[in-house]
Design a protein around this ligand. Sequence first.
Ligand code: NAD
Ligand code: TYD
Length: 351
Amino acid sequence: MIIITGGAGFIGSNFVLDWLAQSDEPIINLDKLTYAGNLQNLSSISEDSRHIFVQGDIGDTQLISRLLNEHQPRAIINMAAESHVDRSIHGPEDFIQTNILGTFRLLESVRSYWFGLESGSRANFRFLHVSTDEVYGTLEKNDPAFTETHGYQPNSPYSASKASSDHLVRAYFHTYGIPVLTTNCSNNYGPFQFPEKLIPLMIANALAGKSLPVYGDGLQIRDWLYVTDHCRAIRRVLEAGIPGETYNIGGWNEKANIEIVQTICALLEEYRPGSNFQHLITYVKDRPGHDRRYAINAQKIERELNWKPAETFDTGIRKTVAWYLNHPQWIADIQTGAYRTWLEKNYHGRQ
Ligand code: NAD
Ligand code: TYD
């Protein structure tokens, strides 16, 4: 079996659902259930015995060591993190605790487990660390896209904390020989994304008739990847990636924020004939230290592991807008905080 951390978040829950759709290998899902963790995302597999949910912190060494020794996983995929740049600006402490110290403690638990394995299991074990393109810093308009050898120049407390965790993961390979893999992915979008991030926030606000806040001039560029393409890439890296290597993952979809917001409005207007959302677009004060452009060169993973995205931005954004339109209760439960009672409702009385 494998362990995933952060599997109740946006990418994690998509990954767990996708994993169980592709494979019969059980998956242990360790998640602290911060504000970003939502077990409703996994309600369709609440009866599936191949999914074992454990509420806990990646920094809880005792818990992690117990899980490792009890279940003897062949791999850990570390997705648990504080992930929102704006929150990291208002309060960096949680980012340092989880992304840096948490990853460190998780690596320590893995180190003692891994040293205790017999040589075959040791060689086959993988620690896959899911990271971001934001560690590379910002690009000017005409700069080439980030490759795996681009220097780390993080600019926000979020990206600095992810960069630190990437360095620790690298060090555990070089120092102790633990077979680690690191992936650096661009901005994801798709179902189950917490509506604090650009795309779901704009959809939720538009549907509520609220303004659509575009930071600064709205010309900042991100490289968008549909979340299930990211999940496929992670599965592929786990399967065939070379220990110690890093892999950039991206969608070859560079778009300015304002273009994204206008596209969302246009799609909502198409799905809801007669409506108008463009007038809700409002330019607001910029984010401090706002990175101007991210772009991923994803040639290495395509060349070496034969992965490339299946979705174009047009197909992915259509699916995404349709998903949010079809799941008003999911959005409402987050807005009212009701999703937080799901754990109690669903797991009360279970073993
Ligand atoms: P998310 O915020 O939606 O989910 C994070 C999950 O981690 C939540 O379920 C939360 O409860 C859990 N968590 C937080 N702290 C924890 C802790 N100390 N112990 C255990 N669980 C904890 O994030 P996401 O967007 O799904 O991102 C997942 C990973 O992918 C993160 O590592 C992030 O840095 C990385 N990433 C995200 C994107 C993106 O666009 N969303 C892009 C590239 C990389
Ligand atoms: P976000 O989804 O927070 O991802 P990240 O900052 O990690 O790239 O934001 C994506 C882009 O959208 C980023 O340039 C900031 C911008 N943005 C807005 O313009 N308005 C908003 O309300 C939010 C949340 C983001």
